[in-house]
Design a protein around this ligand. Structure first.
Ligand SMILES: N[C@@H](CCC(=O)N[C@@H](CS)C(=O)NCC(=O)O)C(=O)O
Length: 347
């Protein structure tokens, strides 16, 4: 009896210690870290972007528009319940990761590829992939090439500080052919150099090349080869050190993806407010129980979808087939439709 009693006492102590440590852990997550504190003090989120119409560019009134810009506005809704409490600043691929590290930005929504060195050695966390991309090759039609392996001896323009700079060297080495890199930092220079014939090939994320092709004087003189020489999962990037900020980024993106999976759009979201489906009630905050866990406004997902639309609406509006950019959804559609977009459960 005594032995048993002692044994159960020891068990109780261990269980209490475990409960205490997990409570400490949980409350650690619940508190804002340094980044979120700063965001809240200043009253807006600072977002580093690029400069490609469709993804991120100011319109004629100086208002930022684009696929990544809308994700920034969704974050402003999650944090402030106000899509305007966000500031976008363009920064080159070379400058933007150091700028994020030094605190100039709270997040990059600029077509950054998630890689193991950026995630470990360089100290960045990535949110969910928002655009599945791959590196492409843009060539003048007059070169008469159909695939990269036909580019022996080519001069290739590549942008400084990008994954493209590393991938292109791997690609030529693997294909056992030679090339001459022309490395350019500035985005406008990058395109100009190609148009002026300083290089035979322009290489970057295929999405970026798709947009750039439309900016050439004679787009029909150029072809984006169908081949992709790398995987470029583009994801929001933040500095290490703020778990709570990371989770807000994660679940804001997941809200956009989940809404599309559920068929909830900016125009029909209000009809879903009467839904009897418990999952939809939790997602839209009609059942407010998730707010205790998330410490977010119970209606954060509702407000995001009502204001900006779901992932698919944001994609179509900014870069979809009816826009100048004209992207197909490809991998960037819900898993239920054969794509790679998949949100974990809202429960
Ligand atoms: N995904 C690559 C390339 C990133 C990149 O260069 N992205 C394009 C937009 S998708 C860009 O920033 N272009 C220059 C600009 O927009 O200013 C990386 O992470 O290194």
């Amino acid at each position: 009896m005594i032995k048993n009693g002692r044994h159960s006492l020891r068990k109780t102590i261990v269980a209490a210690a475990l409960a205490l440590s997990s409570a400490t852990l949980l409350s650690g997550i619940a508190y804002a870290g340094e980044t979120l504190d700063k965001i809240q003090q200043r009253g807006k989120i600072k977002v580093g972007v690029g400069s490609q119409p469709g993804f991120f560019a100011p319109d004629s009134n100086g208002r930022w528009q684009g696929f990544f810009v809308d994700i920034g506005r969704a974050l402003a809704i999650a944090v402030f319940n106000d899509p305007e409490k966000v500031e976008f600043t363009s920064s080159s691929p070379q400058q933007r990761l150091p700028a994020l590290q030094s605190g100039e930005f709270d997040i990059l929504l600029s077509g950054v590829t998630q890689t193991i060195t950026r995630s470990t050695q360089l100290g960045f966390h990535f949110g969910p992939v928002v655009f599945y991309d791959g590196q492409g090759l843009l060539v003048p039609k007059k070169l008469n090439v159909t695939k990269g392996s036909e580019l022996d001896g080519a001069t290739v323009c590549v942008q400084t500080g990008t994954t493209g700079e590393l991938n292109i060297a791997d690609f030529f080495r693997k294909s056992k052919i030679s090339f001459k890199p022309v490395t350019i930092e500035d985005t406008n220079e990058f395109l100009k150099a190609f148009e002026a014939g300083r290089c035979d090939v322009l290489t970057q994320d295929a999405s970026d090349l798709g947009i750039k092709r439309t900016q050439l004087k004679n787009p029909d003189d150029y072809v984006l080869l169908p081949e992709r020489i790398s995987k470029e999962p583009l994801a929001p990037a933040i500095r290490w050190g703020d778990d709570r900020w990371l989770e807000i980024v994660n679940w804001t993106v997941y809200a956009l993806i989940q809404a599309e999976e559920l068929g909830i759009t900016s125009s029909n979201v209000d009809t879903f407010l009467k839904s009897e489906d418990p999952a939809i009630k939790r997602f839209l905050g009609i059942d407010p129980s998730l707010a205790q866990a998330t410490k977010l406004d119970p209606k954060f997902a509702y407000t995001i979808v009502k204001t900006l639309g779901n992932y698919g609406e944001i994609f179509e509006r900014n870069v979809g087939k009816d826009t100048k950019v004209g992207f197909e959804r490809g991998y960037n559609q819900p898993w239920t439709q054969g794509g790679l977009l998949y949100a974990p459960p809202f429960r």
